[in-house]
Write a protein that binds this ligand. Sequence first.
Ligand code: NAP
Length: 507
Amino acid sequence: MSSSNPLRDAADRRLPRIAGPSGLVIFGVTGDLSRKKLMPAVYDLANRGLLPPGFSLIGFARREWQDEDFAQEVHDSVKEHARTPFREEVWQQLIQGMRFVQGTFDDDNAFEQLKKTIEELDKAQGTGGNFAFYLSVPPKFFPSVVQQLKKHGLADQKEGSWRRAVIEKPFGHNLQSAQDLNKVVHEVFPPHEVFRIDHYLGKETVQNILALRFANTLFEPIWNRSYVDHVQITMAEDIGIGGRAGYYDGIGAARDVIQNHLLQLLALTAMEEPASFDADALVAEKTKVLGAVKLPKDLGKETVRAQYAAGWQGGEKAVGYLQEDGIDPKSKTDTYAAVKLEIDNRRWAGVPFYLRTGKRLGRRVTEIAVVFQRAPHSPFDHTATEELGQNAIVIRVQPDEGITMRFGSKVPGTSMEIRDVSMDFAYGESFTESSPEAYERLILDVLLGDSNLFPRLEEVETSWRILDPIEEYWDAHGKPAQYEAGTWGPVEADEMLARDGRSWRRP
Ligand SMILES: NC(=O)c1ccc[n+]([C@@H]2O[C@H](COP(=O)([O-])OP(=O)(O)OC[C@H]3O[C@@H](n4cnc5c(N)ncnc54)[C@H](OP(=O)(O)O)[C@@H]3O)[C@@H](O)[C@H]2O)c1
């Protein structure tokens, strides 16, 4: 779909994109995501002048709160987590449109109350009937909330206004469940009004992959099998599962991170140049490259799953996964997953893409490392280059956003000795503007109806097609390997790369 607003398409893209009359309903507003990310993002957007004057925010949850209690909760979360400074005048304007609706998801009266509240805000705040419903709730409730919206006429698309659904991840836990969920959602909302969140796509550094590749001439000529040896995509967390046992156990690292974030990073790194940056063109290229992903022949050797065992992290003792509160001591859930994928097309044939993610690893870092082949011939003698690694371009997605290029350079002195050096671009040093939070960008895009940064169903389905056979193999074969908390994962993952004559980066 191209943007729903052709006039905006023609507009100068440097002008601020300001949402038109609209409101946001957050289901699960008392949850962790809402408090840490969504409510602060709404305030930051307001503070940057990107929301319309009558913007309205409705919280829906079970607590017996009044509007004032909800406003106080938003206030506290903004003070604690917002990116931009607190300004009383912005806050005073924002609370004019803040309302709370109390109820559970099966409570018809609560949805009727929500309907009344929206109608009242349309009149009082001029929201024009335009509302986005953000489902920040446990995934098992996605279908019931969507069906309640339909039952109470809240999803009706009226002439001249819109109703949108924003659905958090995970979108299903395998291909079949993703398709089932989609069926329910599309019976209620038209496809272009459904926004599936993969918050990685809202990150500046992830969008910058496209800028790096397609706004420059330097990189694209070498971005292929003739020059690239392999690609490593890593998302490492240093924390354990915290209080999220209920969510995590049975899901695991591969479903939680590889199916969405890492395969999206692979798609952006490997896809062909889209004809334009319209959502349709982007999705077509991402889906095409994901569709060309080839699973390893030997899933036993070329995938690894593991669980963290007790260890030390940041000077503190960490318990193993099976000893965490709320975890079944016989759980086979993966807290670490690594897979080797190839892409069956002319650009990438024979180039492995190694993807890994894990909890309780050495450091919190997300990066894409494009590692280049060694020079085909070296005029230097072996001792000159024995410490020289392979050239690499590393896109650092978080935490210290930027790009590093690694190449060999002569060590100062009278002998010829060549060693790795790096050249660094850091966002913080090159730009005075700080990067908006991913959720700021994504909420604004929802209100603008701009779906470029939201995975479409085709991509979600294709990603499950990649992961499902791996999960099925793991279910049928043995137990997860183990790794000590605070290390860089299981020895089996090191062996997987060693068999290819390679090793994981230690970021
Ligand atoms: N947290 C993250 O960083 C993160 C990251 C990525 C994706 N997500 C996704 O975002 C969504 C929300 O995550 P979360 O971490 O915020 O979850 P959470 O802390 O468990 O919050 C869930 C919310 O749903 C509400 N809720 C649960 N059952 C309900 C019911 N029967 N009726 C009414 N309300 C009910 C809870 O209200 P009560 O307060 O009344 O229990 C709470 O507001 C999930 O889909 C998750 O997968 C979260």
